[in-house]
Structures are given as C-alpha cells and as structure tokens.
Design a protein around this ligand. Structure first.
Ligand code: FAD
Ligand code: SIN
Length: 535
C-alpha cells in the first residue's frame, strides 16, 4: 500500500475545502483530495448566491434575526453571530481572488442583491444565476496556481484513521485517512498533522435530490464511524422547486426566481401559498415544500407550477441566463410558460459536531462546510447561508490549524489495508439494488412529512440493508459503489434515529402524529462507539 505524507490533508474540493487549503498553504504542504473531478460538488451548482450584510442599510442584527427565526429555536446564537459577522471580510477575500459579483444596471458601485425566502430584505450577492460555478472557477484557478497545494482527483476517502484504532499510545487523534484510487482500484493512505473534512452534503441518500452524484454523506459516515458525535441529522432541507421533467436530472429552479415575484400554483392554475403562510411564495423552504407536498398529495398531482410569466423575456434572460436557457432546452419558455416543479432533497442542516473554527471533538480533525453542524442552521437553513458558512468556516479552520498544527506529528505509521475478494458481477447487481432501496425507502418514509410508523418501517429496512452491506464490505474488495452505498446507508440510519428521537414538529422535521413544536427544542446528538477495526 502506498502511503503519502503531508502537513495538511483536505478531504473535499468544494468551497469549504478549497478555502481552507488556500489559507493553509502559507503554513505547509497541503493535499486536497476529491472523489471526482475537483469542480464536482454542491458548490459548483449553487445558483442563488451568498447571503451577506453588505448594503449600508442592512444590519448584522437583521441577518442574525432572519437566520434565528428560520432555524426555529435550534440555531446557536453565538455561531450565527460569528459567521454572519465574518461574512463581509470573506466576501472581500473572494473579490480579491477574482470573483465578480453582479452590480445594479447602470450603477457600478452598487451590488445587485437578490431576495430569497425567509430574508426580510434583499441581501444575496450573486454572479448571474451561476454563482457556484463562478466561485469554483476562481477558487480552483488560485489553488492550482499555488505551489504548496496538490490536488488529487478521483480518490475516494474510505475512512479516517484514528490513533486509537491503529493502537498508537497516547491521546486519541486523527492521523489521516485511507483512500481508494478509482483509476486503478488501489488503496492509498495519507498521513497528515491535521485533516480537514469538507466532503459536503448527503442528498443522494434520497431518491430525488438537487445534489450531484458525489453528495453521498461520506464525511458524516466516516466521522460517525470514528466515534465522533453527529447532530440534528433529522433536518434535511427539501428545496421546493426542482424542475419536473423526464430528462432533467436534479435541475434546480433557484429560489431567487420566487424573489423576483414568481408564484406557486397548482396545475389547475390556482395560487396556493397564501393559504399556508402570510409571506406567500416567499415563505421559508420548510413551509413551502410542505405546502407543495400537501397540494400534490391532495389532488394526486405529479407537480405544481412556478409562474414568473409576469416578468419580461428581456428581464429573465438577463437576471437568469442559465435558468432561461436550460428551461428553453427542455421546451419551457419561462417568459410565457409556468415551470413544472417538485421538491427534492437539497441540504443537510445537521452534520459532524464542529465549532465555527472547524474544531471537532477529535484532535487533528476539523470539519467545515455542509458536512459540519456548527449551529448556524438549526432546524432549517436560511437560503444562501451555506456558501457563507463554507467560506467563513473554511477560512476559520485554516487559521485555527495554523496556530496549533506544529504540536501534532504527521508521521503516525498507518497499517496496510486488509484486502477482501473481488466482487462477482452477481453481487455487483445486488449492490445496485441496495442503492435504490436505501434511497427509495428514505424518500417514501423519511421525507417531507413523517410519522412514527413510517420511521419505524424505514428503520427496520435500513437496519437490514446495513447488515447486508456490512457482510459485503467484510468479504469483498471495496469498490467506489460499495463504499458509497455503505455511507448512504449509515447516514440514512443516522437520519432515522435522529428523527425518531424528535417527537415534535420543528422546522424541517414534520411529524403528522406530533404536529406541534415542543416547549423547548433541544439538539439531537448521536454518538456511538467507533465502528470497529478497519478492514
Ligand atoms: P461541496 O461543494 O459539496 O464539496 C464537497 C467535496 O467533497 C466535493 O469535491 C466532493 O467530490 C468531495 N468528496 C465528498 N466525499 C468524498 C470522499 N469520500 N472522498 C473524497 N472527496 C469527497 N447554497 C448557498 O448558500 N447559495 C446557493 O445559491 C446555493 N445553491 C445551491 C444549488 C444547488 C443545486 C445545490 C445542490 C446546493 C446549493 N447550495 C447553495 C448549497 C451549497 O452549494 C452547499 O451547501 C455548499 O456549496 C457546500 O460546500 P462544501 O464545500 O461543504 O461541499
Ligand atoms: C437557490 O438558488 O434556490 C439555492 C439557494 C440555497 O440553497 O441557499
């Protein structure tokens, strides 16, 4: 087995990982690992933009208030304040690196700020309607120019290595990780003084999602198997408006479209959001996705419509060039036709317990971006707060690591990986079936509306599947499909266990048999024994 040694290991090349890597490169040698090409991840698909207090008439207090209100009592005020307060500086960094945010037409010194659900005013900086693509282009160019950073694509992290697992004496800490090189199916280990977990989200746990294929919750699963606590996993955000079209795989229609006045209506043309919330079509995502779910189930409709036909073709082409062109490619003219949409799993509000500097309970391991639960999002994430969190916490993690890393040795010997047998093609088919079964079970029973009975049923199925997957895992050579299957199943069970613990409805977690919120909502924290010896 090949073992590499770096000062810093960053797992994940989204906005959080690249931000951390760029700032760590002043201190030492950084390896950034990505399981596909480096641009692939949720960051690249972000549309709406980055929420930030930048308009002179906006205030930190107002953004904090909107975030706390959306989080339904479970956001941690200190974390919310710290992240929002730091936003302005990190946006200035992005601009220094080369990112250009849209300005108001004819007013080059004023940002064109977008409006999204739950925000009491316009405060979302954007680069057209492809903010994520633009941010990632800039970040990747800067990272690739940096002599101290190596990017390794097509390596899939399998598990973290902790010193207690490998029998090294002293306080337990993270020593690095094992990877599968997907190009030659060899296992590689990486030793590092500090490891940053920036593996993003877990949308692929569900059958329908806005997330790309890489979002299989690997970071949460790896951290949990290493014995770290995970928090508030029941709060899966369903984005209300993903394009409904047989050929469109997970294409999002940005909430910024509702910000420009689009209305939701049923397929008979009746607008319905005012019946569910005084904010109408600009209600937060939890309320909006539930309302759509209700309307679709009531009438047995396969989708609802998002109607922005009151805006001119010229406006739509300029404000939403990518959305306009993509919809047109599917035969939908946004200027004249309502857009068929459905909710889909979009964002994991919970994750690995970490503070706003990325510190986790395990020395040497830091977590930032969507994989982490810093306390910002509580029971529901305010739109466009996650790119903000990724850039702020990625930076903070680099600063924190820079001040402590020299106390950690990077040369803990990592034992060789124990190989199993090759998987026969018959078994490979079973792996594919299990993928579908995990995702369909989560969609059917642990979706927008839940109940004790459905959760119980889902739990039984996922538990059985996990046992079956464990047997494959123990017996056969690991493949990327098997590793990711194990992760989606582990994360599925964490979501269900968290959901079963919360016998109330709060934010994104709606229980039909416990429809009211508890008097004092508390975080759900799951911590188990480390997942046993590495195989
Ligand atoms: P990601 O950008 O997802 O990066 C994760 C990285 O980890 C990827 O490189 C992936 O390949 C890698 N990885 C994962 N597992 C492994 C492994 N086992 N081994 C090696 N590498 C691994 N948020 C906003 O604030 N504003 C928006 O407008 C917005 N729009 C969105 C639109 C869409 C369609 C989606 C899906 C999300 C949107 N979000 C938005 C959410 C936001 O994009 C994400 O939460 C954020 O980008 C997460 O950044 P990240 O760096 O944590 O993770
Ligand atoms: C969107 O553009 O609707 C996505 C924004 C987000 O997820 O924050």
């Amino acid at each position: 087995m090949n073992t590499l040694s770096y000062d810093f290991l960053v797992i994940g090349s989204g906005l959080a990982g690249l931000t951390a890597a760029l700032h760590l490169s002043d201190e030492g040698r950084v390896l950034v690992v990505s399981k596909e090409n480096a641009a692939e991840g949720n960051s690249s698909y972000a549309q709406g933009g980055i929420a930030c207090v930048i308009d002179p008439s906006d205030t930190i207090e107002s953004h904090v208030e909107d975030t706390l209100a959306t989080g339904c009592g479970l956001s941690h005020p200190d974390a919310v304040h710290a992240i929002i307060q730091a936003g302005y500086e990190r946006i200035a960094d992005l601009e220094r690196l080369g990112l250009v945010f849209e300005r108001r037409k004819g007013k080059e010194d004023e940002y064109d700020l977008g409006q999204e659900g739950g925000h009491s005013r316009r405060r979302v900086l954007h680069a057209g309607d492809i903010t994520g693509k633009k941010v990632m282009e800039v970040m990747l160019s800067r990272v690739r120019e940096c002599g101290n950073i190596t990017i390794q694509e097509n390596w899939l992290a399998i598990d973290l290595v902790t010193t207690s697992w490998i029998g090294v004496e002293g306080n337990n800490r993270c020593a690095g990780a094992y990877f599968l090189n997907k190009e030659n199916n060899q296992i590689v280990s990486v030793q590092a003084a500090c490891t940053v977990l920036a593996t993003g989200g877990a949308g692929k746990v569900y059958l329908y999602t806005s997330n790309p294929d890489v979002a299989t919750g690997d970071g949460v699963a790896m951290a949990w198997r290493a014995g770290l606590p995970v928090r508030n996993m029941e709060f899966i955000q369903f984005h209300p408006t993903c394009l409904y079209h047989p050929n469109a795989k997970s294409f999002l229609i940005s909430e910024a479209v509702r910000g420009e006045g689009a209305k939701l209506m049923d397929i008979r043309g009746e607008a319905f959001m005012d019946k569910f919330d005084p904010r109408g079509s600009l209600a937060t995502r939890d309320v909006t996705a539930r309302a759509i779910d209700h309307v679709m189930k009531k009438h047995g409709d396969p989708y609802v419509y998002l109607d922005i036909t009151h805006q001119s073709k010229e406006f739509l082409k300029e404000r939403f060039p990518n959305l306009y062109a993509t919809c047109l490619g599917y035969g939908i003219n946004m200027a004249t036709d309502p857009i068929p949409v459905v909710p889909a799993a979009h964002y994991s509000c919970g994750g690995v317990v970490a503070d706003v500097t990325g510190r986790t309970e395990l020395p040497g391991l830091y977590a930032c971006g969507e994989v982490a639960s810093t306390g910002l999002h509580g029971a529901n994430r305010l739109a466009s707060n996650s790119l903000l969190e990724a850039v702020v916490c990625g930076y903070n993690a680099a600063m924190e690591i820079s001040s402590v890393w020299k106390q950690f040795s990077r040369d803990v010997p990592i034992p060789a990986w124990k190989l199993g047998q090759a998987v026969s093609s018959e078994e490979a088919v079973v792996v594919e079936h299990d993928w579908n079964e995990v995702r369909a079970t989560m969609w059917d029973y642990v979706g927008i509306v839940r109940s004790g009975r459905r959760l119980h049923r889902a739990h039984r199925r996922i538990r059985n599947l996990r046992e079956e997957i464990r047997q494959y895992y123990d017996s056969y050579l690991v493949t990327a499909d098997l590793i990711e299957l194990r992760n989606i199943a582990d994360v599925a069970e964490l979501i269900i266990r968290s959901a079963e613990q919360r016998k109330e409805s709060c934010g994104l977690h709606y229980m039909s048999d416990h429809p009211t919120p508890a008097k004092h909502a508390v975080d759900t924290v799951i911590r188990d024994q480390p997942g046993g010896p590495l195989t």
